[in-house]
Ligand binder design. Structure first.
Ligand code: S3P
Length: 422
């Protein structure tokens, strides 16, 4: 049975801490390590269920994976195109990133792989990766609606494509680029809106030829040259800004707080939350900026602040897609109205996050106006009332966001499942 968590009003939060390793980079480091020749050494790896699932999957595909200590792992890869058919089904658990990226890898390896996942992942859309990967020559069998379990038979003679993303999704972009790695010639992804570029940066770090052209519209054209020799590398995974978001917002909301979060990844395509909180009047500073394994990193300092409502434009959504649940909590406490525009993608995350946020905030005594693609939150200008019980629906970010709400609300907040892991 799931463990419930009760979050109560907190006294001021003060001190320095670190947050768990970046999830996006953890998956990618293991996958590229498996496609490189020689040893990849990873430090700071996020050891959550999702990422451990990827470690097991790449081992199932023939890479050698070893845990040396907390967050420190080594992978001995098989080279681009060198993976082998797994003997069983690859269990992707709750992870959309693992499923979609590994389908990209499997799409250009000439054997058959079956992917399965938990109840939440089995409802999420996979057609968005199957469509471009089919154009490259892979063959898929899926449950109705393009849902898991899915079996892919990789192309023996893959075809390079130029693919324009119909949805702003780094997972789809990465799936196509990873398939392009074992495809002769150049594979190009055009993204009308820029999404996180961890795959591009890490591919370059491992020695692939990747070019990125910025387009006047704000999007990008990313090209990978196929069949390079990737070499094992050292990858230091920074703290995850998406995890830092929770203590950061808690520090802004709990009076008298000052918190420093050390070594957090601040990739410009991931920091939409910081930009938004800045506009809301938050006191956040980025200190000690540096670059680690090709990614910008900084220490984040957050002080309790009086926040005001803002409009968050649709164009910012990809840079803060996982941060809307906790931003909504900040908006609920702010003075004035916050409007979150162009957030329909939240409906196909680990749960229907748009609906879950709206339901939870209403239960906490906050007025909201929900449409298919937007959410308007009428800020209370202080602590909301609180919620008796929030249903998490296998979604860790909903659990964490409402745990933060409980730290400021008048009454405690109970989250029905504290076991869901990133
Ligand atoms: C991720 C991309 C985002 C994000 C997810 C991680 C990634 O998904 O929500 O948590 O690592 O590429 P989409 O690309 O589907 O928006």
């Amino acid at each position: 049975m799931a463990t419930a968590l009760i979050s109560r009003r907190a006294r001021s939060l003060r001190g320095r801490t670190t947050v768990p390793g970046d999830k996006s980079l953890s998956h990618r480091a293991l996958i590229l390590g498996a496609l490189a020749v020689g040893e990849t050494r990873i430090t700071g790896l996020l050891e959550s269920e999702d990422v451990l699932g990827t470690a097991k999957a790449v081992a199932g595909l023939g890479a050698e994976v070893q845990r040396d200590g907390a967050g420190t792992w080594r992978v001995w890869g098989r080279g681009v195109g060198g993976l082998s058919e797994p003997s069983g089904v690859l269990d992707m658990g709750n992870s959309g990133t693992a499923a979609r990226l590994l389908m990209g890898v499997a799409a250009t390896h000439p054997f058959t792989t079956t992917f399965a996942g938990d109840a939440s992942l089995s409802e999420r859309p996979m057609e968005r990766v199957m469509s471009p990967l089919s154009q490259m020559g892979a063959r898929f069998t899926a449950r109705s609606g393009g849902r898991l379990p899915i079996t892919v038979t990789g192309a023996r003679q893959p075809i390079p494509i130029t693919y324009e993303l119909p949805v702003a999704s780094a997972q789809v972009k990465s799936a196509v680029l990873l398939a392009g790695l074992n495809t002769p010639g150049k594979t190009t992804v055009i993204e009308p809106q820029s999404t996180r570029d961890h795959s591009e940066r890490l591919l370059a770090h491992f020695g692939a030829e990747v070019t990125v052209e910025k387009m006047p519209s704000g999007g990008r054209r990313v090209t990978v040259t196929g069949q390079p020799e990737l070499s094992g590398r050292v990858v230091e995974v920074p703290g995850d800004i998406s995890s830092a978001a929770f203590p950061l917002v808690a520090a802004l909301l709990v009076p008298g707080s000052e918190v420093t979060l050390e070594g957090v990844g601040v990739n410009p395509l991931r920091i939409g939350l910081i930009d938004t909180l800045d506009e809301m009047g938050a006191r956040i500073m980025l200190r000690n900026r540096r670059k680690v394994s090709g990614e910008p990193v900084a220490d984040l300092v957050a002080r309790a602040s009086r926040l005001k409502g803002v409009v968050v434009p649709a164009g910012r959504a990809p840079s803060m897609i996982d941060e809307y649940p906790v931003l909504a909590v900040a908006a609920a406490c702010a003075r004035g109205t916050t409007r979150l525009e162009g957030i329909g993608e939240l409906r196909v995350k680990e749960s229907d996050r748009l609906a879950a946020i709206a339901r939870g905030l209403k239960a906490a005594g906050v007025s909201v106006d929900e449409t298919e693609n937007s959410l308007t939150i009428f800020g209370v200008g202080g602590p909301p009332a609180g919620v008796a019980r929030v249903a998490v629906h296998l979604d860790h970010r909903i659990a964490m966001a409402f745990a933060v709400l409980g730290m400021v609300a008048e009454k405690p907040v109970t989250v029905d499942d504290a076991d869901s892991s990133p």
